[in-house]
Design a binder for this molecule. Structure first.
Ligand SMILES: Nc1ncnc2c1ncn2[C@@H]1O[C@H](COP(=O)(O)OP(=O)(O)OP(=O)(O)O)[C@@H](O)[C@H]1O
Ligand SMILES: [Mg+2]
Length: 249
């Protein structure tokens, strides 16, 4: 059984079919990338997976549980976390405080800890936050305010917010968007170190990121999967080259 199994998933917005009977599985420990031109349905796919919008039809199973009708909270509790493109952190709190919030929320969800208990009493909370700080390379910045971080550091904090919930499946929505070449290279290196701990599905326009990371690439167009394969197979696919904006470099 794969970690994630999406079977004939569709999403309709009025007359528009944003995702058209898509079947997708992700094995535990894999990194899958979703690429495709603007409007292909990548964000819609992620939103269904994260429980933000229910599919119009089809089923989603995660760890063997049918989560098709799960909302964001229940989806997160079962172990799916999404790193958002837009800033989800609190600018005036420190990096450590920001990471403590999702870490605490996840721990409470799992262990039903008394809401009035002191934070120091929450088993493993500090260790989890420390580990997350190290994972996203922000240990040195732990006590700095989030709004003092550089752009690249802020984006790493976003990934940290998702990781602090100890997900089994991490959804990364354009983690390298707006980054400099150096920041992008750092982000690729960071994501590579995560693969031992978490299964990853990534949406990204930057082909260097995709080809540097993914085990498997899915190409979406008009809500349909037009190709699927290893980076080498996708690079050699004439149809994909022709369909993608400007081709794949
Ligand atoms: N809430 C919505 N209501 C109506 N139409 C929507 C909604 N969300 C997305 N769409 C439409 O569904 C299609 C897929 O959109 P989606 O945002 O998933 O594409 P995308 O692959 O993420 O594109 P991009 O690369 O530009 O981010 C588009 O035609 C879009 O206009
Ligand atoms: Mg999108």
């Amino acid at each position: 059984m794969a970690l994630l199994e999406m079977d004939a998933i569709s999403q309709r917005f009025g007359g528009l079919v944003a995702i058209d009977a898509l079947t997708f599985t992700a094995e535990a420990g894999s990194i899958t990338a979703l690429i495709g031109p603007n409007g292909a349905g990548k964000t819609t796919f992620f939103r269904m997976l994260a429980g933000e919008i229910p599919p119009t039809s089809g089923t989603i199973a995660f760890k063997g549980t049918n989560i098709t009708a799960f909302d964001v909270t229940r989806t997160a509790q079962l172990g799916i976390a999404k790193s958002y493109q837009i800033s989800q952190f609190f600018p005036k709190l420190t990096v450590r405080e920001n990471l403590t919030i999702p870490a605490l929320a996840a721990r409470r969800g799992k262990f039903r800890i008394d809401i009035f208990r002191r934070l120091e009493g929450v088993d493993g909370l500090e260790a989890l936050v420390d580990r997350t700080l190290a994972q996203v390379g922000l240990a040195e910045r732990a006590n700095d305010r989030a709004d003092d971080l550089s752009y690249g550091e802020k984006r790493r904090l976003e990934i940290g917010l998702a990781l602090a919930t100890e997900p089994e499946l991490l959804l990364l929505d354009e983690p390298a968007a707006g980054m400099s070449a150096n920041e992008t290279a750092d982000t690729v290196a960071l994501i590579k170190t995560l693969r031992d701990h978490v299964t990853i599905v990534i949406v990204e326009h930057d082909m260097d990121v995709i080809f540097g990371l993914a085990d498997r690439i899915l190409v979406l167009q008009d809500g349909k999967m037009i190709a699927e394969g290893t980076p080498a197979e996708i690079r050699a696919d004439q149809r994909v080259q022709a369909e993608m904006d400007g081709g794949i470099e």
